[in-house]
Design a protein around this ligand. Structure first.
Ligand SMILES: Nc1ncnc2c1ncn2[C@@H]1O[C@H](COP(=O)(O)OP(=O)(O)OP(=O)(O)O)[C@@H](O)[C@H]1O
Ligand SMILES: [Mg+2]
Length: 308
């Protein structure tokens, strides 16, 4: 991947977050809510985490962390506890859960999304073959195992989707792209920034909500911008659709990136880029954005990638 973790571009939050009081109010509300909950819950005063919850794995040996500089809202420390707040969505390859990570008797608390890649026997392998072309598998043994689709090979692949998604999110986030910050990776469990309200309501997928023409124009513009960040990093999303774009208070956030392909080294890279551009443009065009056109976006993306 031709991305470095240098911070030459503006941070995501400089680009997209409204300095606004809205965010501050939401944060305050959550802080009050969680502080109150913790004060009301007697089991939280015991030495161990309450049943069903666990000590945060953030500081465990072997936990990989997202890029620096780490956002202020990331909660760490030995006293942090993870409270499972429920299932957000079951997907084809992974289940996404809502987690609250908090330090007892303090107001340090944050909501997180946890993407757990599914038990390998229950996963659909719809993406593996097409996308593995051009992906660098470091060990020959891994490559051979992947080719056989042995259980071991599948295990490696299962792990790799989480690793791939963690790496791509980290590199994209560091470049300023509108993606969730990847907080940590442990095995096949990826913990990332929660995109949604502080009351635990997930941001809707683009496909799920109705928008005014002005809102759609803005979202289309943001979609081109997001694709351009990827193209500059020599990446195509690989599965771009109105289901993998969340709309968080007017801000478009791209998710579900494990199958991102390198458009320079993958022989089918440009094909994937074009498919993404077509999928996005045709969704916006069919929802009334007259200017949404795959060909012109493709021109911009190829130029952004330095391939024009
Ligand atoms: N960071 C996040 N914040 C809030 N919600 C999220 C986040 N990541 C994922 N979700 C929710 O979980 C759903 C599934 O996530 P994702 O698309 O990454 O997984 P998937 O297993 O590939 O799903 P699918 O097969 O449906 O594409 C998303 O559509 C979204 O509703
Ligand atoms: Mg998805």
């Amino acid at each position: 991947m031709a991305i470095t973790l240098e911070h030459t571009l503006p941070r995501k939050h400089d680009l997209f977050d409204l300095p606004g009081s809205d965010d501050m109010h939401r944060r305050d509300r959550l802080r009050r809510r969680t502080a109150q909950d913790r004060a009301d819950a007697p089991q939280l005063r015991l030495d161990g985490p309450p049943e069903g919850d666990r000590w945060s794995t953030y500081n465990d040996t072997g936990t990989l962390h997202g890029p620096q500089p780490r956002p202020d809202w990331v909660v760490d420390g030995a006293a942090a506890i993870d409270y499972e707040l429920g299932l957000v969505k079951t997907g084809k390859e992974a289940d996404v859960f809502l987690l609250e990570r908090a330090i007892r008797e303090t107001d340090r608390s944050t909501l997180l999304a946890v993407k757990r890649y599914r038990d390998l026997d229950h996963r659909a392998f719809r993406r593996d073959n097409a996308y593995l072309e051009g992906r660098v598998l470091r060990e020959t043994r891994q490559r051979r195992a992947a080719a056989n689709r042995s259980r071991f090979g599948r295990a490696l692949l299962g792990g790799q989707w989480a690793v791939a998604e963690f790496d791509v999110l980290g590199a994209l986030w560091a470049s300023g792209a509108p993606v969730p910050y990847p907080v940590q990776l442990v095995g096949t469990e990826l913990v990332m920034e929660w995109i949604g309200d502080d009351d635990g309501t997930a941001a809707p997928r683009l496909a799920e909500t109705r928008y005014s023409t002005d809102e759609l124009e803005s979202l289309w513009h943001q979609c081109i911008e997001a694709m351009t960040f990827l193209a500059r990093a020599h990446l195509a999303h690989g599965d771009l659709s109105a289901y993998n774009l969340l709309v968080d208070g007017g801000r478009l956030v791209m998710i579900d990136v494990p199958q991102a392909v390198d458009i320079v080294t993958n022989p089918r890279g440009i094909e994937f880029l074009y498919r993404d551009a077509r999928n996005a443009a045709s969704w916006f065009a069919s929802h009334g954005v007259a200017s949404a056109d795959a060909e012109s976006v493709m021109g911009e993306l190829v130029a952004a990638a330095g391939l024009g």
